[in-house]
Design a protein around this ligand. Structure first.
Ligand SMILES: [Zn+2]
Length: 84
């Protein structure tokens, strides 16, 4: 069995929350840009579950200007997982 740092993650094609250690299905997409690292029109996207969206949003911080947009995210097939 592979034992890389991401071994605990499910199928990498399946979107998960960007919070450290959280593998929950995300329901939010946070689009952000760090002007020191990224071109002005580049958008980095973090996915977040309901439990972590506020933490991640706070980390990116509206005030620092990293966070550009917060929008609902629906993964393909996510309806199956929202029942538990
Ligand atoms: Zn999470």
């Amino acid at each position: 069995m592979p034992a890389g740092p991401d071994a605990a993650r499910p199928d990498p094609a399946e979107p998960v929350c960007s919070a450290r250690g959280c593998h929950a299905a995300p329901s939010w997409a946070l689009k952000w840009n760090n002007p020191k690292l990224h071109a002005p029109d580049y958008r980095k996207v973090w996915l977040a579950c309901d439990a972590h969206v506020d933490d991640l949003e706070g980390f990116l911080s509206w005030e620092r200007g990293f966070l550009v947009e917060r929008e609902p995210f629906t993964a393909p097939g996510a309806a199956d997982r929202q029942t538990h």
